[in-house]
Design a protein around this ligand. Structure first.
Ligand SMILES: *Cc1c(COP(=O)(O)O)cnc(C)c1O
Length: 387
């Protein structure tokens, strides 16, 4: 761990997480509670520490995307309700029950299978019904042609003896895009969602927890409210709308200048020789590469932030290292810290340059990178996932 901390690490600012929690809750109003999306190791930030912090802050529940992620939270003593957003094989219903995890039900066949297993075990399993209002991923289809059929199927599903249908939800596919076509599509999805809920209510099927707002909707359609909101990326202070909402980046990916080299003019730097020095060049070798999560597509185009200015990445990013230009930053020596992304160096901008989204960059920070948790200006925990 000590050795890793002198190499490359991710600082996780739990005060920024708390700040974002409060900003998002006040944006959504008291009727809509915070559902903490901690799938994918909390988007690379570390699910256990993020979950514990959200639990303390008063979040209503957490969401994961696999049974093993739910087990990790329970093993760490996290007691909040946990919603499994993804597919669990119904034969693992015993584990869902044992861990006290709420399962998403995406079809009548799935509902019957979960109910059958729960009944066999002499129990009832808590579920949230998933509606497909236009994402075409999981859920009972709510387009006009299949609406009536789905209303019947959800009604039958909710009456199954092994299920306790606590919630109902849907997911938007373009709520984070604000061209007119995307806005119309999001409004259509919302209309299908609320119409289905009304149709079910008229059949006497009611849900305690109705939710639809992901980060895009929290930013662009706060009036969609719901009993819960599921702002994943925004709670980590990343994503296109984070800055405008006054949110703070939770992760700072940092590394150090491992070695300094003086290169002559016309030296070819790194694999593929895609960068050549134009004059004498002071180059820093950083112990971070694509195996740490620094996407190779950022080769020759990203830069690291330092207290003296930014240092452009030169040439290809290697598996474990990359090179930066320190010619203009003579103050930066071996051992000096640099920020790969974080509060000074926007992960959103890196994502745009890499042709991807911030989610993929924070999720990519690998298990070789220690997480250092900070709160109130000091370090409160460290984790390294290397076995
Ligand atoms: C991942 C996920 C979210 C969170 O999405 P963000 O864009 O990060 O806010 C919300 N709902 C579901 C169903 C998800 O799978």
């Amino acid at each position: 761990m000590e050795s890793t901390l002198k190499r490359t690490w991710a600082e996780i600012d739990l005060d920024a997480l708390a700040h974002n929690y409060r900003v998002l809750c006040s944006r959504m109003g008291p009727g809509s509670r915070f559902l903490g999306v901690v799938k994918a190791d909390a988007y690379g930030h570390g699910a256990i520490q993020v979950a514990r912090t959200l639990e303390e802050l008063g979040a209503a529940c957490l969401a994961v995307s696999s049974l093993d992620e739910a087990r990790e939270l329970r093993s760490a003593g996290v007691r909040l309700p946990v919603l499994q957003l993804g597919i669990t094989p119904p034969e693992q219903t015993d584990q869902l029950l044992e861990l006290g995890v709420t399962q998403t039900v995406w079809s009548e066949e799935a509902a019957m299978a979960f109910s059958r297993e729960a009944v066999r075990l002499g129990k009832r399993i808590k579920v949230h019904i998933k509606l497909d209002t236009g994402m075409s991923r999981l859920g009972f289809p709510c387009d006009e042609a299949r609406f009536a059929q789905s209303a019947e199927a959800v009604t039958r599903s909710c009456a199954l003896p092994g299920l306790e249908a606590e919630g109902i939800f849907t997911h938007f596919s373009v709520s984070d895009e604000d061209d007119p076509d995307s806005r119309a599509y999001t409004l259509l999805q919302y209309e299908r969602f609320t119409t289905m809920i009304r149709a079910l209510e008229s059949r006497g099927v009611r849900f305690a927890l109705r939710h639809c707002a992901n980060s895009g909707a929290v930013a662009g359609y706060p009036r969609f409210g719901g009993d819960l909101f599921r702002a994943g990326i925004l709670s980590y202070g990343a994503g296109e709308q984070a800055e405008a909402l006054g949110l703070r980046p939770v992760m700072a990916l940092k590394t150090v200048v491992g070695a300094v080299r003086e290169l002559p003019p016309d030296a070819a730097v790194s694999y593929g020789r895609i960068y050549r020095t134009t004059g004498p060049c002071r180059v820093g070798v950083l112990p971070i590469g694509y195996a740490d999560g620094l996407h190779r597509s950022l080769s020759n185009c990203w830069r690291v932030w330092t207290p003296y200015g930014t240092a452009p990445i030169l040439g290809r990013i290697c598996m474990d290292m990359c090179m930066v230009n320190l010619t203009a930053l003579p103050q930066l020596r071996e051992g000096g810290e640099v920020e790969v992304y974080g509060p000074h160096n926007s992960v959103n901008e890196a994502a745009r340059l890499a042709g991807t989204i911030a989610y993929e960059l924070t999720c990519a920070v690998s298990r070789r990178v220690a997480r250092v948790y900070r709160r109130g200006g000091r370090e409160v925990a460290r984790e390294l996932l290397l076995r």
